[in-house]
Design a protein around this ligand. Structure first.
Ligand SMILES: Nc1ncnc2c1ncn2[C@@H]1O[C@H](COP(=O)(O)OP(=O)(O)OP(=O)(O)O)[C@@H](O)[C@H]1O
Ligand SMILES: O=P(O)(O)OC[C@H]1O[C@H](OP(=O)(O)OP(=O)(O)O)[C@H](O)[C@@H]1O
Length: 232
């Protein structure tokens, strides 16, 4: 039986994911044709490597169609309901660090906490004739954080698939929930993170599916990678 291990096909997580595997003695033989999304590990035919986008990896782990994968924790928690019942985080990999945060315009001088934002949201309709709008691609994390954790119910999510930080200035939303690492994109767009507005501190993780057909083999492979990380 083979194990399917999914790796990011592009973007910021790809190279470091390959490096981690190499440290564990798993050298991925990259296909000559960049559009071929399958690969093998040198000297080990029991592992099938599949290159997918980081968010697809999260979804496929949830379905159980891949056994093990490397992706951001933000994408795991956003893409899967009851994530902990469907997947297990086997290791935090020490790269791809980024926080999912609530940010508001810097000029909202009276707003520095979620409690302040709750006050604003409550008054918003009266003042502006509509609900406060939040631009994000993180629907699930936003709803959990606002509604369940902070009891804020009066808002509307405006889906944003890119350049989210530009939404308040362009007028398509009032505030945002997005990922930040250096903070420079927020700063350039005159947005500030609320003091208690960190929803999730994310990093790249090695994640296993709880629906795998061969849990013992998956656990053994995960452990091999964990051991390599532990030994630097
Ligand atoms: N500065 C950053 N901005 C965005 N994502 C970051 C940053 N630093 C680390 N990450 C992590 O990288 C992930 C995005 O990875 P990548 O850029 O490869 O994906 P993508 O091309 O946006 O993926 P997809 O096509 O699946 O949406 C984020 O979800 C997060 O876990
Ligand atoms: O805090 P910072 O270091 O400024 O990083 C945060 C920004 O980086 C990402 O966008 P990116 O430009 O990489 O494009 P993306 O939307 O395709 O991820 C992310 O969506 C933020 O906008």
């Amino acid at each position: 039986m083979t194990i399917t291990l999914a790796l990011p096909s592009k973007g910021r997580l790809k190279e470091q994911a390959l490096d981690v595997l190499e440290k564990a003695g798993l050298k991925v033989i990259l296909p000559k044709d960049q559009r071929n999304y399958r690969a093998q590990v040198e000297g080990d035919s029991r592992i099938d490597i599949l290159f997918l986008s980081a968010s697809e990896i999260a979804r496929e782990l949830g379905y159980g169609s891949v056994d093990l994968g490397v992706t951001g924790e933000d994408l795991i928690r956003e893409s899967l309901s009851s994530a902990d019942e469907r997947v297990q985080i086997e290791a935090r990999l020490g790269f791809g660090h980024a926080d999912v945060v609530v940010a508001v315009p810097e000029v909202w001088y009276d707003v520095s906490t979620m409690a302040d934002l709750d006050d604003v949201a409550a008054e918003y309709r009266q003042r502006h004739g509509r609900r406060m709008r939040i631009a994000t691609k993180y629907w699930r994390l936003t709803q959990q954080f606002f509604s369940q954790m902070h009891g804020i119910q009066v808002y509307r999510i405006v889906e944003s698939l890119g350049a989210t930080e530009g939404a308040p200035a362009s007028g398509s939303a009032d505030i945002i929930v997005d990922i930040t690492s250096t903070g420079s994109t927020l700063q350039a767009n005159h947005l500030k993170v609320l003091e208690d507005g960190i929803i999730l501190k994310s990093e790249a993780c090695l994640v296993s599916s709880r629906r795998s057909a061969d849990p013992a083999a998956v656990a053994a492979l995960a452990q091999r990678i964990q051991a390599a990380i532990a030994h630097g």
